[in-house]
Design a protein around this ligand. Sequence first.
Ligand code: SF4
Ligand code: SF4
Length: 64
Amino acid sequence: MGEPSDKRPTIDADECTGCGLCVDVCEQECLDLVDDIASIVKLEDCIGCGDCAEECPVEAITME
Ligand code: SF4
Ligand code: SF4
C-alpha cells in the first residue's frame, strides 16, 4: 500500500472503462462504480495512498 498523503484522486470519467480494479484495491472503500464509471463515494475516508491511481490500467485516475 502506498504512503498516506494529502493528495486526493480525480477520476476522468471519459477515460474510465468501468473495470472496477480501483474499487477493489481501495482498502478504505472510497470508490464504487456508478453507472459503470468509477466514482469517489467516500472522499472523507481517503488517505491519499494513490493505490487506485497505480492500479488503473488506463491512467484515468490522477492524484493531486
Ligand atoms: S488514494 Fe488510496 S484511499 Fe484514496 S481512493 Fe485511492 S486507493 Fe482509496
Ligand atoms: S481502474 Fe481505472 S478504468 Fe478501472 S474502474 Fe477504476 S478508474 Fe475506471
